[in-house]
Design a protein around this ligand. Structure first.
Ligand SMILES: [Zn+2]
Length: 329
């Protein structure tokens, strides 16, 4: 099968090569991968994260069609389209038994600590897949781009009384954060310079320069009850200014850097909570798949497997205007 693979770190070492097709064990499924998403974690896997095994196939977000199943597999069959929960978990440790698969003691991220989805085929445990007939680009956005904000919003119990401020609203997770927060009944203020963000259903879209004043006016000074900052350092100060009394700042990404200065006066005087979240668990993934039929995605570019390096580089393109995908087969 063809795979996008690298032996040594660095985008220049990423090449398409024919590698042996993986074999299926009794509890596993082999998928023919259709479409894969491109996320910061994939770029980091090629450039800086410790990955295994080597040579390594990146790709942390994708979906596929079942090609072959192991003899113990009963819940999916060859030909099924499946959504893929892209974190490996053993199902037996205490975290797993409590439903917290994100923190499985034996857990691994597909595409980082195990071979990923930028390849024509992948073999993974059958417990990681569920049947789904969602559209291609939604299925390829479930494992990271939408599960991450879904878990984040659920973990602070977002509901109709909330005003959710989404920083980085045109980004991979921002697009879905807007839609999911709306589905949970919240008022959503999206911060972005892109006009199309309004189509994702935000009540108000404001640019970065006008954000503080606009939100102050809209909320009559109360500001956001929940502020999502998936971009990190560059917008940390802004996030602190936009959160109201008893508000929560959620962080699940650090594309602009992860080191910030913390003015404790601003934290305690407003009774602010800072909440770190990380992807989501299997139960949330199943719930998300059920409600994802109404989600929209904004696609910017679709690359072929041969153009993997360009696809990853496009993440850093200042003109990026929506999601980037790799069409695998
Ligand atoms: Zn476990």
């Amino acid at each position: 099968m063809r795979a996008l693979i690298f032996e040594r770190r660095g985008l220049d070492n990423l090449v398409v090569r024919d590698v042996p097709s993986p074999t299926v064990d009794s509890g596993q499924v082999k998928l023919r991968i259709v479409l894969a998403g491109v996320n910061p974690v994939d770029l980091m896997a090629v450039e800086s994260l410790p990955v295994s095994p080597l040579p390594h196939i990146p790709g942390s977000e994708f979906f596929g069609i079942v090609e072959e199943v192991g003899k113990e597999v009963t819940h999916v069959s060859p030909g099924d389209r499946v959504a893929v929960y892209t974190r490996l978990f053993d199902g037996t440790c205490e975290s797993c038994l409590r439903g917290d698969q994100t923190y499985c003691i034996q857990g691994k991220r597909i595409g980082v600590e195990s071979q990923g989805g930028y390849a024509e085929e992948i073999v993974i445990p059958s417990r990681n897949v569920i049947r789904s007939n969602l559209p291609d680009e939604i299925l390829a956005s479930l494992p990271i781009a939408s599960l991450t904000p879904y878990h984040a919003l659920r973990s602070v119990g977002v509901g109709p009384d909330d005003t959710v401020v989404v920083i980085g609203a045109s980004g991979n997770t921002g697009i879905f954060a807007i839609q999911l927060a709306k589905m949970m009944g919240a008022k959503v203020i999206a911060i972005s310079s892109k006009p199309w963000v309004k189509e994702m259903g935000a009540d108000v879209v404001t640019d970065y320069n006008g954000a503080e004043g606009t939100i102050r006016e809209l909320t009559e000074g109360k500001m956001g009850s929940v502020v999502l900052n998936s971009l990190g350092e560059k917008y940390w100060d802004l996030g602190l200014r936009l959160v109201g009394n008893h508000g929560k700042i959620i962080s699940f990404g650090s594309l602009t850097g992860g080191k910030v200065q913390l003015d404790m006066n601003r934290i305690y005087s407003k009774h602010v909570s800072i909440v770190g979240t990380n992807r989501g668990n299997m139960g949330e993934f199943i719930d998300l798949e059920r409600i994802a039929g109404n989600l929209k995605v904004k696609t910017w570019k679709v690359f072929d497997l041969d153009e993997g390096k360009d696809a990853l580089l496009a993440l850093r393109d200042g003109n990026r205007d929506g999601r980037i995908f790799i069409k695998v087969s």
